[in-house]
Design a protein around this ligand. Structure first.
Ligand code: PMV
Length: 307
């Protein structure tokens, strides 16, 4: 049997401003992952997705099914021959619809296991491009940040419409990801920011410029081995996101409590209003900050190391 995995992801800096052409940084979250296994079968090609309670044959899948789409794209890449009989099993520990990239991670794990099975020798950029096709089925107009950060498995610097650039931290750093437990409809906050931008383009452009400058500065700190400098940048980015109107009482409380408990800085991550926040921690502050987040109402706290 063959197996492959792919991590989750979090946006570290630049959400919302990235929609308006400013840079953003995203990091893989390796402590949660999607897994795809492939075992030889006897009767056609089956997809088994126990987390979704589904088991179905590739030939009979729905036209918009993202798992079947990932399989079909790789099969086409392999020359378009019918696939030998097999069972592809997909599982994931990444919370669904929480901004942690579960869809792109599942597709990446599928592409990787099929790549190994069919001996295609795909590079991360090829995998990212195939997963981007499946993301389009799910999200319509994805920016491409999720498939890139997940397929490369390393932090990326991303500007809409430009090839994303993987970045290499000179020193590793640790984050805690606190979930407010409130579903985060990214479409709604993106729409609200659009309405605010149309009302007052000058003010919003200034906020986007400040956020973009923070993301650019953060990249330099990561690449030059000063990750502790990210803390104040995170807290500044959060203040600007509050001004954009995409924070919430819950997110502000988690950010404030994380900082009071010793985090180097903290911010909301992703669309906002609900979903997740990030706190920069070290070995000493990790325990107290995790305790403070849970005491302040976080549904779950994931620790991850970025390297
Ligand atoms: O909630 P997530 O992780 O899908 O991130 C949304 C990021 C936004 O900048 C708000 C929207 C976007 O398309 O980039």
């Amino acid at each position: 049997m063959l197996a492959a995995t792919a991590p989750g992801k979090a946006i570290l800096f630049g959400e919302h401003a990235v929609v308006y052409g400013r840079p953003a940084l995203a990091v893989p979250v390796t402590q949660v992952q999607a897994t795809a296994t492939l075992a030889p079968g006897s009767n056609g090609f089956w997809i088994d997705a126990p987390d979704l309670g589904r088991r179905y044959q590739l030939d009979t899948s729905d036209p918009g099914d993202p798992l079947a789409a990932a399989v079909a794209l790789v099969a086409e890449r392999a020359g378009g021959q019918p696939l030998p009989p097999a069972v592809l099993r997909v599982t994931s520990t990444i919370p669904i619809a929480s901004g942690l990239g579960s869809g792109a991670a599942v597709a990446t794990a599928v592409v990787r296991v099929l790549d190994a099975w069919l001996h295609l020798g795909l590079e991360p950029a090829d995998i990212s491009a195939l997963v981007f096709e499946t993301e389009k089925l799910l999200h319509g107009t994805p920016s491409g940040i999720d498939n890139t950060v997940i397929a490369f498995g390393q932090p990326v610097h991303f500007i809409k419409g430009h090839p994303p650039e993987p970045i290499h931290p000179a020193r590793p750093f640790q984050l805690l990801i606190g979930d407010t437990g409130r579903p985060s409809p990214t479409k709604v906050t993106v729409g609200d920011v659009r309405a605010a931008f149309e009302r007052d383009p000058e003010r919003l452009s200034r906020l986007f410029d400040e956020i973009g400058a923070i993301a650019a500065g953060a990249r330099r700190e990561i690449e030059s081995g000063q990750p502790e400098a990210l803390g104040p940048l995170m807290t500044q980015n959060h203040a600007l996101l509050r001004e954009l109107g995409v924070s919430s009482v819950e997110l502000d409380a988690l950010v404030d409590r994380a900082c009071a408990a010793g985090a180097g800085g903290a911010k909301l991550s992703g669309g906002g209003r609900g979903g997740n926040m990030l706190a920069l921690v070290d070995d000493d502050s990790m325990g107290p900050v995790k305790g403070a987040l849970l005491a302040a109402g976080a549904l779950r706290v994931i620790a991850t190391r970025v390297e």
